[in-house]
Design a protein around this ligand. Sequence first.
Ligand code: SME
Length: 160
Amino acid sequence: MFDFAPDPAQSKPELYRDLLSAARGVTADERDGVANMANLAALIWQYVPRLNWAGFYRVVAGELVLGPFIGKPACIRIAFGQGVCGAAAASGETQLVPDVHAFPGHIACDGASRSELVVPVVVAGRVVAVIDLDSPEPARFDAEDAAGIEALAKAIAGWI
Ligand code: SME
């Protein structure tokens, strides 16, 4: 059993430092990518406040396919270049979207989502997955959130 207790009084850098260390703990020595993504989605949900969706899309045969997540059921397949996730996968760049309604082609899986952060997971120069966080609050994510999830994506890239 894993027993993590995020401290709501922490600064964002502290929170993401602890999330990273918890992520290393849950993935250590486990080679099953689905199990690791499931635990990582649960950890993100536990550590990062004010989310309505957190999880993974994996690159399978040239498109994004839904992976382990916490939140409402979501669209299963997303083409590269489509929506926020597809933009992150196609460009290999983090997408920090303060207002999803202003993002051309945004895919509304949960109508409550107002802002979104999508970070590519890269192995050997290729995007293998994206980590997607949605919030019901406009402009919920900033550069510190992006840096925290980017550090997580780097740390777990070989484990999913
Ligand atoms: N909003 C995403 C789709 C995935 S859901 O948010 C879970 C997008 O535009 O790619």
